[in-house]
Design a protein around this ligand. Structure first.
Ligand code: HEM
Length: 233
């Protein structure tokens, strides 16, 4: 078993499975964050954040998510370095690009590192403040849950304040575009590795992957942009 996971195909399988898990996380995360677009002073978003923070089944997923990211990053770096070593100078032997090889597929590591660097900043902005250090902006606010007035953390105030800085909005947009390009290759490639692909499905998964990448890139960009432009003050 351990030798299977240590083999090149084993590593690719782990990359794909962790990638698919992260894809599911991104869908859920974007759905909750899309509540930030509702012009209700953050009530719906705060209710969503409260639900995510207090539902035991979701709390269990958090450490799994950290493991998913770690596996994906570590094996991504390892596989890329091993592939480069195996190819040696052949990588530079021809100036011509192989057809069917996209820019995204050749730059998965650098795109992944861009998203990883963003994540460090992102976790410091939100997760650390909400889970570890606290922040005056988070001080409690009341929302109505099923008609009952409930005291919850004001996650909206923290997000809204964070997106009042133009440089932060720019960083988020760059990361969202990098993530989208990463996914435009990673999505169908993950399905291909787990064996869920053939000639017909390869085409369908490429289209689906591109649509998913556009949704993620657009969604995670438009939220900070609109927060900065229309939701301040
Ligand atoms: C519009 C952009 C985004 C907003 C407003 C946003 C908001 C948030 C907030 C408020 C938290 C803290 C949640 C909590 O601890 O209860 C969080 C956590 C997190 N975000 Fe984001 N996020 C955005 C984009 C992203 C992107 C693009 C990624 C992945 C590449 C990402 C990955 C994470 C991760 C891994 C966590 C920690 C796990 C968790 O708490 O669920 N986020 N985000």
């Amino acid at each position: 078993m351990s030798s299977t996971l240590g083999s090149s195909i084993g590593k690719k399988l782990l990359m794909s499975l962790s990638g698919l898990f992260l894809i599911m996380f991104l869908l859920v995360h974007l759905t909750v964050n899309s509540f930030l677009l509702i012009p209700d002073g953050g009530e719906f978003f705060n209710a969503g954040a409260h639900f995510m923070a207090t539902t035991p089944a979701i709390r269990v997923i958090e450490p799994l998510l950290a493991i998913g990211f770690l596996v994906h990053i570590l094996y991504g770096v390892k596989l890329t370095l091993e592939n480069r070593k195996a190819r040696g100078s052949a990588r530079y032997a021809s100036g011509k690009k192989t057809t069917g090889v996209t820019w995204a597929s050749q730059n998965m590591l650098v795109l992944g590192i861009t998203v990883g660097a963003f994540l460090v900043l992102h976790i410091a902005h939100f997760w650390v403040k909400m889970k570890l250090t606290g922040d005056p902006l988070l001080e409690h606010t009341a929302i109505s849950i099923g008609g009952v007035e409930t005291e919850v953390e004001n996650a909206y105030a923290l997000v809204n304040h964070t997106f009042s800085y133009l440089w932060i909005v720019i960083v988020y947009v760059v990361a969202a575009v990098g993530l989208a390009i990463h996914l435009s290759h990673g999505f169908w490639s993950a399905f291909q590795t787990i064996g869920f692909s053939n000639q017909i499905w390869r085409k369908r998964l490429t289209v689906l992957g591109n649509l998913f990448a556009i949704l993620i890139g657009f969604g995670f960009s438009i939220i900070p942009i609109l927060q900065y432009l229309f939701y301040q003050g």
